[in-house]
Ligand binder design. Sequence first.
Ligand SMILES: Cc1ncc(COP(=O)(O)O)c(C=O)c1O
Length: 454
Amino acid sequence: MEPQSHDSKTRTGRRDFIKSAGAAAAGMYLTAQPFVATQAAQPASNKETLALNGGPKAVTVPMGDATRWPIYNGNEAKEVAALLRSPGYGPIAEFEKAWAEFHQVKYCKAHCNGTSALTSMLFALDLPPGSEVLVPDFSTFFPVVPMRLFDLVPVFVDINPKTVNMDVEDCKRRLTKNTRAIMPVHWYGLPCDMDDLCDFAKEHGLAVVEDASHAHGASLKGKLMGTWGRMAGFSLQSSKPVPAIEGGMGMYQNRLDYERAVTYGNYDLPITFPADSPYRKYQGTALGGKLRIHPIAAILARNQLKNLRPRNAMIGGQLQRLNDRLSQLPGLASQRLRPDCVRAHYGANIVLFDAAKAGMSRQSCMKALRAEGVSVSASFGDAGIPWVLLHTYPMFREQQWWRHMPVLPDQVPGCDEANRSIMYLPLFTKEVPELVEQYVKAFEKVWAHRQELG
Ligand SMILES: Cc1ncc(COP(=O)(O)O)c(C=O)c1O
């Protein structure tokens, strides 16, 4: 694991951590049930000696491939072999068709990664220079850095530390006469309050571009993530719920958004638009880069999409069984889940720690848990450096990269609280009931000693 810093918190660093923490996995809750405790809190009655103090470890089952991700099966291999025998781009259209059917949308375009999908959308927005776009500060830089290419202005918004998602109230505070769009991110698969966000956006005439890169198959009020906004981008990178190793998908409600976005990164597709399309004439050159998905990635993603629902049900169900029990311990909680949400998971199992309620510091708690054999970290990094808030990155603070400077917040108390409270646990991607049980026991054991740890 490498420490997270401005220099080292690259995608590779983050993903290295995921692997090493045993959390290189993604999945989703498919339960729409509100939190229901499955088992009452069971503080370890015998108060066994902590492993930290020489006692036996609570977790003895080896992690093995419990967090393996992505998981491909024979189908992908067969189809890739067939493509190699007869190379072509056919798998791209097949994948897009399957995706459109799954989401019940008319317009979608596969890309070489999520960043290129979201960049094409920023172009499709076609906003005047200096237009402000509300983005969560506790997020990834991938879709925010390209805003500079279109003279858009990121405005960093605080999050709700209980959900780790964009705070609608803070969006209201950061609204100006220049605000034109909002880009919510469903952090680690937990749907944002899209009903409230969309009401807010409608009231102020803002375009909603969802970054659904962690939330494949998640929904709110029965409506899939990615179908709430005017446009939505998904990453299909290795660690995501639909992994293509590298890939992305863009989804559009409107024909013109679709055509403009597609024309940004596809020189060969404008000819496929209807005769009255203003973008047909750009056949042959496109208007930006070349952002086509690799057909092998399209094969992987289409096969993974087929399994999305059952996999999510398995991974999310098991995670909820674990977290329901952990949440019985004072000072531990999951990201808050609305009863009308079907959430997703990606990369890790986030739990929120409240030191005051737990009666011990997060650091001493994690030290004791690690000694018990629990894989736990406060960050994507060994050194426990918290998530780097977007507004602190040099590239958002230096005039040379922006015609209109990003709007930096003075304070983001929600982000700070999230950074004080988040603990990353592994995301188990196969049924491992024994390991889950031992994780619960390890937490209960540590909690039984929380006074002395405090
Ligand atoms: C929230 C979010 N948005 C966008 C991206 C960019 O996707 P990609 O890595 O496929 O370009 C990522 C990647 O991790 C992400 O986590």
